[in-house]
Design a protein around this ligand. Sequence first.
Ligand SMILES: [Zn+2]
Length: 861
Amino acid sequence: MSHFYFDSEENGRKSFELPGAKPHYNPDRPGQVDHIFLDLVLDIPNQSFTSTCTITLTPVRSGIKQLTLDAVDLEIESVLIDSVSQKFDYDGEKIEIHLSQPTTIKPIKIAIAYSVDHPQRGLYFIQPTEHYPDKPTQVWTQGEDEDSRFWFPCLDYPGQLATSEIRVRVPDRYMAISNGELIETETADNDKIYHWLQKQVHPTYLMTLAVGDFIEIADEWNGIPVTYYVEKGREEDGKRSMGKTPRMVEFLSKKYGYTYPYPKYAQVCVDDFILGGMENTSTTLLTDRCLLDERSAMDNMRTESLVLHELAHQWFGDLVVIKHWSHAWIKEGMASYAEVLWTETEYGKDDGGYYILNEARTYIDEDSSRYRRPIVTNVYREAIELYDRHLYEKGACVYHMIRGILGDELFDRAIQTFVNDNAHQTVETVDLLRAIDKATGYNLMFLFDQYVFRGGHPDYQIAYAWDGDNNLAKLTVTQKQAKNSDSGSNSELFDLKIPVAFGYVNNGAETSLQTFNLRIHQKEQSFYFPLDNKPDFISFDLNNYFLKTVTLQYPVPELKNQLKYDPDPVSRIYAAAALAEKGSLEAVKALGESLVKDSFWGVRVEIAKTLGKIKIHQAAEALNAGLEDKDARVRRAVIEALSNFKTDAAYDTIASCLTKGDASYYTEAAAASSLGGMVAGNLKTKQEQAIALVKEVLAQRAGWNEVVRSGAIAGLGKMTTVPEAVDIILEYTKLGVPQALRLAAIRSLGAVSTGQTPNKVGEILEQLEAISGESFFLTQVAVVGALGQMQTAQAINILNNLAAQTPDGRVRRRAEEAVTKVQKNLGADKAVKELRQEIDKLKQANQELTSRLAKLEANNQ
Ligand SMILES: [Zn+2]
């Protein structure tokens, strides 16, 4: 599964475990589910369906008198076992079947006839609406984590693997796509029946169905059909976005040492999908927002990563299945790490290294601003809460460390052993350790203990000094995350062997490295190295395999050398950050030079970011040189950095970039968004001009996925004291505005509210409250994001109502976290005071209602 990326701006770490969290275990097993057969008839106009679900079960023991199935909000008509009607109780969540005959060890067939009207989750009907008349008609499903029970009765947990079969009747203009192979189609009146069979076992959360008026684009790998399904008119975008799939199947089949295991691989792009993608067995569903046009393909790598991510799950998740959600990092960490492996192969080692650095940063951001938790834990309220940056990005970093410790060859061997030993079975984290040991002899329990079974990561500070009299290098390593200095019992200390290299630059270009392995396990340790010559630079954690944060305290000459000569781009990025800390003219000069000269775009992006933090005018001048960079990603970073300098010159540069336009949507979006943040203070006089510019963009630049106009809205969001900004944004939150743009507008209502008058804040709250009643997942997430940035207790009321009413655990969790954020924005005292006022108001309203009710009752008697 792959999520959209949400903003996380919380400060101060809280607990992962919210009130009500408890340990979760798989249920006791009545036996083995062998096969699930769904026979569905869809009534699309009425958003309902009827179905018979037949489960073949081999009891694990005889004498079972009761069977319990997960089934939420279904209308159950009958339950038969081997064609005999059974008594059952149903409470809307579970079916309790009272068997007329206790089980023997002979397989039984449980057939449940049921219907569903307007399902809340699990299966989604998409249709044109009054405000969106062009929306396509589609039906699609989303099972992970525990939503399959909303569309069919089952033992809904990943520990049960079965073969499956879906027969579905739809109006004949629609196509129905499901897991496995299409074994039969029939026509009946104006309908068509599709019959799909999945012969390899898989869990219930991976069963899927997608129905729509799709165009099929046929491709293949080694004779296996690889198909892409898109709405009519998106054929070119479909090929552009998914066309590398066969090469990816080849890559992963080799990498995992296991040939792609299913009879086909389909990717269906669906409308209003609530995720980025979902790896249903042999049939991945993707959001249609991943479809790229020619211009967005230039600097959008997310689609390629998304396609690769879901494909990697066909092995990690679908072929090798997690036994329990608490071990989901095995699949999500690997699918995320596969993005790194692919990037490295497709674009080179530098791109791969930069990719994993950014994965680490995404996790570190969650760890520092939201909460810290062990990757593996079974304590939560809903399993979906586990699908966070610890599971995905930190999980990927763990795989990267395993590779660093084992080396490429043994890493591949370990992964291949894991896949081959566990194909078509379920696994827990210990199975990965066992496979590594079996294939390589290495026991990596120490690594898992530190990075998987407990939270956190090391925060190193490295100080370097050279003693020229004795030709001695001194390195002092401090673990800043550990609070007290006595080692041994301190569970915050990490104990790792980390390679450190001293670098020498020969003939001004070639570098050679002298490497040492250091065991770093104390709060502070000093190491002395007798060397033949003074090194030109120092590379701590050579190759950067370990997940960490690091601050370098080296003299300027060594940092300059590292920025220029270290072959590892990630090390050059660390050097750039340390140089920027110095903030001197000399540092700016070195950074400016590398902004133009560094061979890797990622380093140039990072240099632009660091220059944006140095508040001297030479830094702004140095940035100007990056405006013409051939890589759009660098131009975008330069614009964003430049906007930190609130000068006429910087404003003019960015405004002219926006007026002239850029080859990249994202650079234009960055320019539009940056302008809004600049026109305060010194540049207040430019306010009107900026608003005029942004309005022009909003009127004219509807383009791919509304990226540019969303940038303009974000720019308005930064104009926190301008009432007109609120008026414009509110216009774009109305129904009928293209969804991507509307979501951006809803989100930016929070930011723009922070400096507005009480009247304007009132208007914003009113609109957010109205929108909070809409049921679409992404809209609810946007509303929560906006409210969480506000500074009024009324936001808390709306959030509490939303948390109480939403059917989605993620929205609920986000809303609860947002309440805490607003309370913090307000300051505790003010929050309590405002809440009291709210309670007083409610009490008063309640009293009035009570007295009116009493009067009514009196009149009726
Ligand atoms: Zn995933």
